[in-house]
Design a protein around this ligand. Sequence first.
Ligand SMILES: O=C(O)CCC(=O)C(=O)O
Ligand SMILES: [Fe+2]
Length: 181
Amino acid sequence: MVPGLLRVPGWLDDEAQRRLSQDIDAAPWSSQLRRRVQHYGHRYDYGRRGMGGDPAPPLPGWAVALAGRLHREGHFDRPPDQVIVNEYLPGQGISAHVDCVPCFGPVVASVSLLSACVMEFTHPEEGTRVPVRLAPGDLCVMTGPARFTWRHAIPARKTDPGPDGRVPRGRRVSVTLRTVL
Ligand SMILES: O=C(O)CCC(=O)C(=O)O
Ligand SMILES: [Fe+2]
């Protein structure tokens, strides 16, 4: 159990996932670190570990719709205004981190598309490790300790442990929504 972590299975139905993936792939990707990304609203600068760099394009319609729904459902007290789209090919991941504390507000939400993966939460002092399986369409919301204390990571590997053995990964795209402070 990770306090402050909420997973909503099937938050987007199959048709909504399909449309969203199509809209995302119709927009240009840029390559940062080893993964491809898209930034909207505000740009996170990986080198400076803060906001900055070139201006980011405004939130496209699909992102405004997701932000509005997250606000209406009570996950955010105002619609999130920064969106990052991450693409992970099998074997790619994201190292353990806490999302920039001075940059972003107390809620981080992400939606998974196309392929499942296991996200690992670790407690920095106790060393507790909690694997969380994220399936396409799932919403993951981090607040409180899950947002500020625990680190989250996606191990860079091609398969994840599942209930019946290893589960091969496909191409995964995630949409992360945050509020810039
Ligand atoms: O891909 C994900 O679900 C998480 C992405 C993430 O942790 C981040 O962009 O800070
Ligand atoms: Fe993150």
